[in-house]
Design a protein around this ligand. Structure first.
Ligand SMILES: *Cc1c(COP(=O)(O)O)cnc(C)c1O
Length: 478
C-alpha cells in the first residue's frame, strides 16, 4: 500500500487506513531518553523519561496534519442547524490574548475595575439585546444557563410560597431543555407540535395549570418558524401564574429586530458561543449568560457585578440561588463576546440577522430536498424522504462541506436541519446547494458507502460518545 517514502498512494495527509493510524504518535516518531536530576524526594520521581525528540517544524507539521483529519468551520461551510457554527473572527482572539486580561479572579475589586467594568458593560449589552433587566454571565454553557434559569424560577415561586412541580416544553425543543427541567427536580409536560409546526394553543391550554412553574420556548423554534401567537402564549402562562423561559441559544434571526423581553419572556439564556463568535465544536469552553426581568433579579447567581458611585463592585443579590460556576464565568469567552458585539454595533447586529435569514431562504430555494414547513427564518428543516439522513450527511463530507444536523426534530421525516449562518456568501451557498443536490441524485448503495474521500470513513459514533479514549495512553493499552 505504501511506497518507499512511506506514503499511501503519494497521499501526504494524516488519515486512517483500514483502521490503522497513518500519522504516528509523537512518541512513535522519535524519542530520546532523558536523565532526570531533581531535588524532589525519590518516591515522587522516576529515573528517566522518554521525550519526543523532534524539531519545531516536525511538531507543527504533525499537528497540522492531525487538524486536517477533522472538519472544522475553517475547512468549509458548516450548516449545523440549531447548533450555529460560524466563523470566529480572528480579531476576537487577538483581544482575548491581550496579556492584561490575565487577572486573578479573586483580586480586590478596586484593583480590577477594568475587568469588572467589562463584565458590567457586557451585562448591559446583552440585557439590551434581549429586552431583559439584568444578566448574569456566570453559566459556562447553554445547558448550564437553562439550569440556572430553571433554578431562578424555582426560587421565585418558593419565595412566593408556591411549590409548583411542572415545566411545559414543546416536543420539538432542544434535548437540554428536558434535562435541565428534570435536573432541577421538575416533572416535564411535553407539548406536541401543532399541524403547522408551531405551538398548538389548545394543547397548551390543556397542559397549563396551577402546577406550571415555567414554559420553555424557542422562538423562532427549531423548525425555524416564528411563534406568531407568542403574545397570547405569554398571557396564557401568566394567567396560571407561571413564568416564560426563552431558549436563546441561537439569536441569529432576532438580533436587532425582536427582543424576547418585549414578547413577554421573563427569563432567557444566550449561547454567546453560537451567536457571538467562539464556535463550540471543539468542546472548548462556552458561556451561557442568563437574562431576567426585574422581579427575578434578586435571585441571580452570586457574585454579581454592578456599577456604584464609587466604581464597580461584586455583590450577592438578596435572594441569590448561589453559585453556578466559579467567579464570573468563562472570562475569555466573554471578552470575545464583548469584542464581537462592540465591533458590529447596532447596524452590524441588524445586518447579521438579515443575512442569516436571507442565506437560509436562498439555500432552501436552491436545494432539491423538500422543506415541509415555512416561512422559516435563520434555519430550515429539509426532509431526506425515504433516504437515511445519516447517509446523506456522510455523503456531503465528500463534497468538502459539513452536513446539517440530522434526524431532529422528529416532526420531519429524516430531518436535515440546516443553518448556513450569515457568514457564507453567495459562492459558498451555491457550493453548499450543489453538494446537497449531488447527494440527492446519488443512488442508495453509493450513499451507504460514503464518505470515500475523508481521512476517516464511517466511525463508531456511539462508541466514541460512550467510551471516549482521550489520551494516547488509551491507545497504548490496547
Ligand atoms: C446548543 C443549544 C442548547 C445548549 O447549549 P450548550 O451550550 O450546548 O449547552 C440549548 N438550546 C438550543 C436550542 C441549542 O441549540
Amino acid at each position: 500500500m505504501t511506497d518507499e517514502l512511506g506514503k499511501e498512494d503519494g497521499y501526504d495527509q494524516a488519515r486512517w487506513v483500514d483502521g490503522d493510524r497513518y500519522e504516528p504518535l509523537l512518541s512513535e516518531k522519535h524519542t530520546r531518553e532523558v536523565e532526570i536530576d531533581t531535588p524532589l524526594p525519590d518516591e515522587l520521581t522516576r529515573d528517566s523519561l522518554d521525550l519526543p525528540d523532534l524539531s519545531e517544524p516536525e511538531l507543527a507539521r504533525h499537528y497540522t496534519r492531525l487538524s486536517q483529519m477533522n472538519f472544522g468551520i475553517e475547512s468549509g461551510p458548516f450548516p449545523l442547524g440549531s447548533c450555529t457554527m460560524k466563523y470566529n473572527p480572528k480579531f476576537t482572539e487577538d483581544v482575548a490574548a491581550l496579556a492584561d486580561g490575565a487577572v486573578h479572579p479573586d483580586r480586590d475589586a478596586e484593583t480590577v475595575q477594568g475587568t469588572l467594568g467589562l463584565y458590567a458593560q457586557l451585562q448591559d449589552y446583552l440585557a439590551r439585546i434581549g429586552g431583559m433587566d439584568d444578566v448574569t454571565l456566570q453559566p459556562p454553557a447553554g445547558a448550564a444557563g437553562e439550569l440556572t434559569g430553571v433554578l431562578i424560577a424555582k426560587a421565585y415561586h418558593e419565595h412566593n410560597g408556591e411549590n409548583r412541580s411542572e415545566i411545559v416544553i414543546p416536543a420539538s425543543a432542544h434535548g437540554t431543555n428536558f434535562a435541565s427541567a428534570a435536573m432541577a427536580g421538575f416533572d416535564v409536560v411535553e407539548l406536541p407540535s401543532g399541524e403547522d409546526g408551531r405551538v398548538d394553543l389548545d394543547a397548551l391550554d390543556a397542559s397549563l395549570s396551577e402546577e406550571t412553574a415555567l414554559l420553555m420556548l424557542t422562538n423562532p423554534n427549531t423548525l425555524g418558524l416564528f411563534e406568531q401567537d407568542i403574545v397570547e402564549i405569554a398571557s396564557m402562562v401568566d394567567d396560571v401564574g407561571g413564568l416564560l423561559y426563552y431558549d436563546g441559544a441561537n439569536l441569529n434571526a432576532l438580533l436587532g429586530r425582536g427582543r424576547p423581553g418585549d414578547m413577554g419572556f421573563d427569563i432567557m439564556h444566550y449561547n454567546v458561543h453560537k451567536t457571538f463568535a467562539t464556535p463550540h465544536g471543539g468542546g472548548g469552553p462556552g458561556a451561557g449568560p442568563v437574562g431576567v426581568v426585574d422581579r427575578l433579579t434578586p435571585f441571580l447567581p452570586s457574585p454579581h457585578v454592578r456599577e456604584t458611585d464609587s466604581g464597580y463592585e461584586r455583590y450577592a443579590p438578596e435572594q441569590t440561588i448561589g453559585k453556578v460556576h466559579g467567579f464570573h464565568g468563562n472570562w475569555l469567552v466573554l471578552v470575545k463576546t464583548l469584542a464581537y458585539i462592540s465591533r458590529l454595533g447596532d447596524e452590524g447586529l441588524r445586518d447579521t440577522s438579515a443575512k442569516a435569514v436571507l442565506n437560509a431562504n436562498y439555500l432552501a430555494e436552491q436545494i432539491d430536498y423538500e422543506v415541509p414547513f415555512s416561512p422559516f427564518y435563520h434555519e430550515f428543516v429539509a426532509s431526506a424522504g425515504d433516504t437515511d439522513a445519516a447517509d446523506v450527511a456522510k455523503a456531503m463530507l465528500d463534497y468538502g462541506v459539513h452536513p446539517p444536523t440530522t434526524k431532529w426534530p422528529e416532526i420531519v421525516d429524516e430531518a436535515l436541519m440546516t443553518e448556513p449562518t450569515e457568514i457564507e456568501n453567495r459562492r459558498s451557498l451555491d457550493h453548499l446547494a450543489a453538494a446537497f443536490n449531488a447527494v440527492a441524485s446519488t443512488d442508495e448503495e453509493t450513499l451507504a458507502n460514503a464518505p470515500q474521500r475523508t481521512a476517516a470513513r464511517r466511525i463508531d459514533q456511539v462508541g466514541a460518545a460512550r467510551n471516549p479514549r482521550l489520551s494516547w495512553h488509551a491507545l497504548d493499552e490496547e
